[in-house]
Design a protein. Structure first.
Ligand SMILES: *Cc1c(COP(=O)(O)O)cnc(C)c1O
Length: 357
């Protein structure tokens, strides 16, 4: 029996990935030089497709990294001398904060309980804060912040850089990139690809800040500093030998998503999420975890009355692999990913099984 992975990352591969891997093998994508014209063409095509799919403005730079966690480190390293401020409501937003700490910055934070969103009136960074970091979709809790809140942060703190983690909401989230300075994701979640590739979009303000820090004698990293990355990106290359297969597959899957239509993908995402939330709502032994107004469309989290392993095991026997709760919620929650690779009929089947449990 083929298993369907509804885990929040890595997750089910996008249905066309297998064919694209076969093509990559037969066309020697895995052996070409990362300085060759053949690779530059792949790079350019992936970049073009990504920009089209996500409506990334032309004046934003795109760079390829090894993961989303790396993107957090690059953003702090290149964007902050002394102070960043973090909105923390789960494990991934906390990671962003601790990276700033580990890099020797002096980050501030606004913390709310897991499962909650933010009241922006409570967000009070210190005067002159250089960067505000926010996680659009907290994969650990199933909380997605309203985009209006992110845009509001921008207008409230116009002098700070605004960096947004869209790892588990891209490509379903319709983010207006022009309202943020940096946004990033990795590909093993909503893009349905093998792990090992991160994408970071930044604007000129981020680059200017990095160059100012460097001119002031601060370290902004080495081979993956923003200026080093952008110098190579201008020639459709990376400073190092990058994940060539990952970049190739991302371009192909973006093209497939463009063919299907991003509006259709987003509409299906909402339809599947509604079904999952209704199923949980009506189940006597399950309860939706995220607060009503901040429920994620792409990661659905439910509290279970009994050990969540019972649900995970029973569904696994039916071929549906779902996630456990995160960290301290491991045994009392389930997490179900709802990405473009998850077909409507598969989610309907899962909802039926859940109802019968
Ligand atoms: C998975 C995830 C990350 C980390 O992604 P990596 O590719 O493993 O570095 C960061 N933020 C969020 C919201 C995530 O879901």
């Amino acid at each position: 029996m083929d298993k369907i992975y509804l885990t929040p990352g890595p997750s089910q591969l996008y249905p066309t990935v297998k064919d694209h891997i076969t093509t990559a093998l037969s066309e020697s994508v895995l052996s070409i030089s990362h300085r060759s014209a053949a690779f530059q063409d792949i790079y350019a095509s992936t970049e073009k497709n990504l920009r089209q799919l996500l409506s990334i403005p032309d004046d934003y730079y795109l760079v390829f990294l090894s993961s989303a966690t790396e993107a957090m480190e690059r953003i702090i390293q290149s964007g902050v001398d002394k102070h960043s401020h973090h909105l923390v409501n789960g494990a991934f937003s906390k990671r962003f904060y601790s990276i700033a700490q580990e890099l020797g910055k002096n980050p501030g934070k606004t913390v709310v309980d897991w499962g909650q969103g933010f009241d922006l009136a409570q967000v009070k960074p210190i005067e002159g804060v250089e960067l505000i970091a926010i996680t659009h979709n907290e994969t650990s809790t199933g909380v997605a912040l309203p985009l209006e809140q992110i845009y509001k942060l921008r207008s409230t703190f116009p002098d700070s850089l605004l960096a947004v983690d869209i790892v588990s909401s891209a490509p379903c989230v319709n983010l207006d990139f022009s309202q943020v300075d940096a946004a990033f994701f990795s590909v093993q979640k909503g893009f349905g690809l093998p792990a090992g590739l991160g994408v970071l979009a930044i604007n000129q303000r981020c680059l200017d800040k990095a160059e100012k820090l460097r001119a002031d004698g601060k370290s902004i990293g080495s081979y993956h500093s923003l200026p080093a990355l952008l110098e190579k990106a201008a020639r459709k290359q990376n400073p190092e030998t990058p994940n060539v297969l990952g970049i190739y597959l991302l371009g192909e899957v973006c093209a497939d998503m463009i063919d299907k239509g991003i509006d259709i993908i987003r509409r299906e995402t909402v339809q599947k999420a509604d079904l999952l939330y209704d199923t949980i709502e009506e189940h006597p032994d399950l309860r939706n975890f995220a607060a009503d107004d901040v429920r994620s469309k792409t990661v659905v989290v439910a509290e279970t009355k009994t050990d969540s392993a019972e649900y995970i095991q029973a569904l696994s026997q039916k071929g549906f692999i779902i996630g456990s709760g995160y960290g301290k919620y491991k045994t009392i929650q389930i997490r179900v990913a709802n990405f473009p690779s998850h077909a409507v009929d598969a989610v309907e089947q899962l909802a039926d099984y859940l109802t019968d449990m």
